[in-house]
Design a protein around this ligand. Structure first.
Ligand SMILES: NC(=O)c1ccc[n+]([C@@H]2O[C@H](COP(=O)([O-])OP(=O)(O)OC[C@H]3O[C@@H](n4cnc5c(N)ncnc54)[C@H](OP(=O)(O)O)[C@@H]3O)[C@@H](O)[C@H]2O)c1
Length: 327
């Protein structure tokens, strides 16, 4: 599907979960991958040091590059303390602004700049799917009536909107830009969301989370990589693009399917108060499981992208199989 000649692909922040899967995917297909990292970080592909703060020698790698895929951002899997909020915000908005100013200054800038964004940008949605055209950004109105109106959810939405604003306000006339509003990328690698959920299932803790009505938006890692490949190949695609499977499903069903895929009939449910307590102990936030993300990839579907794993049962079976086959 992708260009026949090798592409030069630069991935700032590519040392994490998504970066690994994209770097491996593109390197296997013969492309030249360079990951920008605050390292030390060794990988089977080229890595270059940057600090995410200032210009440096790393900008030479963006000159004449074909694609820049910016994934830099402090993990959101933490307590949203003031210091962590600052790090989550700064690591995304500042790196995006920095890349914008560098790309604008190059004589031969990348033809395409893909910037990470998130499906969390949409409101808490139980009632209807959120696509790029009719989806509602934000969430204050939808959640204000709830007990414990989650200020963490509003924070995440502010990060996402400012992140996209920093991206789209960069003046890069010779570079096509796509903000990837990605759902949770499900890959069998350790440390990712899928491995975390599967561990709960294995411990008989993989029951319904919260009231189970909140939707889970997800995308199989292979479809994520193919979607990025598709966005690279399609010169007509720019702006915001949702990258999620077309079939988000309520948490209750999502967890049932995962338990079935693993062969674990039962799982102890985790109602909201228990989740709040566990999140405090595990130094994370419940937003990651309680916010209803009902996101659909309208633009990808309209453009003819075909998902290999559009349904969660097939995806879960495949991911469990890959997880079991790990060395
Ligand atoms: N994983 C998902 O399912 C998912 C879904 C939606 C959106 N996203 C977004 O996609 C991006 C990549 O996700 P991921 O799961 O691969 O994240 P990850 O594993 O946490 O990796 C992110 C990378 O960002 C770099 N980084 C962290 N703080 C930084 C800073 N202050 N300045 C510059 N770089 C910094 C780190 O690289 P070094 O330490 O090597 O510099 C790290 O490896 C993130 O921005 C995330 O919000 C992810």
């Amino acid at each position: 599907m992708l260009h026949a000649c090798p592409l030069r692909i630069v991935i700032p922040g590519g040392s994490g979960q998504v970066g690994h899967l994209l770097a491996a995917h593109f390197q296997e297909r013969g492309h030249h991958v360079t990951v920008l990292t605050r390292g030390p970080f060794t990988a089977p592909w080229h890595t270059v040091h940057w600090d995410g703060e200032h210009a440096g020698h790393w900008i030479e790698h963006l000159e004449h590059a074909d694609v820049c895929i910016n994934l830099a951002g402090r993990s959101v899997n933490c307590r949203y303390t003031p210091a962590n909020r600052e790090a989550i915000y700064h690591s995304r908005i500042h790196t995006t602004r920095l890349l914008g100013s560098i790309i604008a200054s190059l004589s031969d800038p990348p033809k395409l700049w893909l910037n990470a964004s998130t499906a969390t940008i949409y409101r808490h949605a139980l009632d209807r799917p959120m696509d790029e055209f009719t989806g509602e950004i934000g969430g204050h109105e939808a959640i204000s009536a709830r007990r414990h109106a989650p200020d963490t959810w509003n924070f995440s939405i502010r990060v996402a909107t400012d992140w996209e604003a920093a991206f789209f306000s960069a003046s890069t006339p010779n570079t096509r830009k796509v903000a990837m509003r990605s759902a949770v990328v499900m890959s069998p690698t350790p440390g990712g969301a899928f491995a975390l959920l599967l561990n709960l299932v294995r411990l008989s803790l993989g029951g319904t989370q919260g009231n189970g009505r909140q939707y889970v938006s997800w995308v199989h890692a292979l479809d994520f990589a193919h979607a990025v490949e598709f966005l690279i190949a399609r010169d007509d695609m720019e702006g915001v693009v949702n990258i999620s499977s077309p079939n988000p499903l309520p948490n209750r069903e999502f967890m049932t399917v995962l338990r079935e895929a693993y062969g674990m009939p039962n799982g102890i449910p985790a109602p909201r108060p228990l989740l709040e307590l566990a999140a405090m102990i595990l130094r994370t936030e419940t937003e990651l499981v309680l916010k209803s993300r009902r996101v659909v990839p309208r633009r990808l579907l309209d453009a003819g992208f075909e998902f290999q794993f559009p349904q969660w049962p097939d995806a879960a079976d495949d991911l469990v199989r890959q997880w079991r086959a790990r060395p």
